[in-house]
Design a protein around this ligand. Sequence first.
Ligand code: IPM
Ligand code: MG
Length: 370
Amino acid sequence: MTTRSLLLLPGDGIGPDIMAEVQKLIDWMNTNLDAGFTTEEGLVGGSAYDAHGVAISDEDMAKAMAADAVLFGAVGGPKWDDVPYEARPEAGLLRLRKDMELFANLRPAICYPALSDSSSLRKHLIEGLDILIVRELTGGVYFGEPKEITDLGNGQKRAVDTQVYDTFEIERIAGVAFELARTRDNRVCSMEKRNVMKSGVLWNEVVTEIHGRKYSDVKLDHMLADAGGMQLVREPKQFDVIVTDNLFGDMLSDVAAMLTGSLGMLPSASLGAPDAATGKRKALYEPVHGSAPDIAGEGKANPIAMIASFAMCLRYSFNMIDEADRIEKAISNVLESGKRTADIMADDSTQISTGQMGDAIVIQMAALSP
Ligand code: IPM
Ligand code: MG
């Protein structure tokens, strides 16, 4: 029988609440579909700091490197506001991304029909929305050196972050965007700030070059990232795949997420390059939303983004396309039936808890499975 190894890193805040709902699905799939998932757990973020004094231990890092895929909940919370910068909860996530070389972050923003009234935009603008943001995840200003605050000695300090991209980094993320576009509506919009930034000039050049050389069947547009942000809220359905750098991708994906009604709905996949020998990619799957410490442990968190991240894991790490489709359909059916967690409540809906949402999705999954 196949075994599929998963490392679960629930993290902080609502992380454990939503991970528990994925565990239900894993158990169900093992029992009913012989899926052969094996799971280990590790600590990341504030919970790792409390236990080990670091945002992720070397031991848990090694487990992440060895697993077929990592499922990540969320990190952070006011409890850790004063820990040293190097050990802040987010540092655990950034180390995972960097050490596992997860350069490609896929953030789909789809609007479930049942939620088309929950968006901050008018219904006709977001009904049927299906865009994919491909965010570069291991370069740019997140990791560029120098990154420091120096004392200028005259009562002033100077803070420096470095935005830096090499050709190969832009080429490989553009390649991912073009390949994925071919499986969708075959259109890519690349966003940068070439009017102000040298990294934007190179970004634009490299994307254009690789497009001409390898992907000229895909329709390519370029947009300045600020204009891109404006277009995302003006007419989001004009986009198919958006490819952009680490920082712009961070901001634009939050904007895109909110268009769909709630930040609690959106999954993401972070992928490395295929291994030369096995073809397997290192991978981490996480919801786009954060740790929401104010509602942790109260049964109020929406587990859908986490569960949809698990569906992405089935799709991209295990090639279990039918099963991934079924989970996504199960989520959609539960929403259609009017069951909602607090964040997406509407007048004619029934409010349910985190656990009840997980149960409802498992029941739908069972109903949809042969
Ligand atoms: C995200 C988050 C992270 C980021 C934080 C938690 C470091 O906002 O995944 O979008 O900035 O990349
Ligand atoms: Mg973000």
